[in-house]
Design a protein around this ligand. Structure first.
Ligand SMILES: C[S@@+](CC[C@H](N)C(=O)[O-])C[C@H]1O[C@@H](n2cnc3c(N)ncnc32)[C@H](O)[C@@H]1O
Length: 95
């Protein structure tokens, strides 16, 4: 029996490292762009991305509104490691 208390990004079908390449095939830029537009982040807002996965949306939010504070949380250490790597490569203001 499994003792994990959450469903990972790709369920049981694949390792976290395959999440971004798979999502990229699903018109990702388009629907994430729509999410960003609806969120319309404002300076000084604090935005928590619960279940941030590999952090793509949180990073896009930061890029769209660098003066908002964006925090991504996720119970899966594997996706968080990918998110942290992407954040490190995205610029000095990200962790
Ligand atoms: C389908 S992925 C989506 C990831 C990200 N939001 C995105 O847009 O790419 C769902 C994420 O929710 C996380 N998750 C699952 N159960 C959760 C829970 N109870 N609380 C917070 N996050 C959870 C998973 O670890 C996974 O990274």
């Amino acid at each position: 029996m499994e003792d994990r208390t959450y469903t990972p990004a790709l369920g049981r079908i694949g390792h976290a490292q395959f999440y971004d390449p798979i999502v990229r095939l699903m018109h990702e830029r388009r629907w994430r762009g729509l999410v960003l537009r609806h969120l319309d982040a404002q300076p000084a807002e604090r935005i928590v991305d619960v279940g941030c996965g590999t952090g793509t949306l949180a990073l896009m939010l930061h890029a769209a509104q660098p003066r908002a504070q964006v925090l991504g949380i996720d119970p899966d250490a594997q996706v968080l490691a990918i998110a942290a790597h992407k954040a490190r490569n995205a610029g000095p203001t990200l962790r």
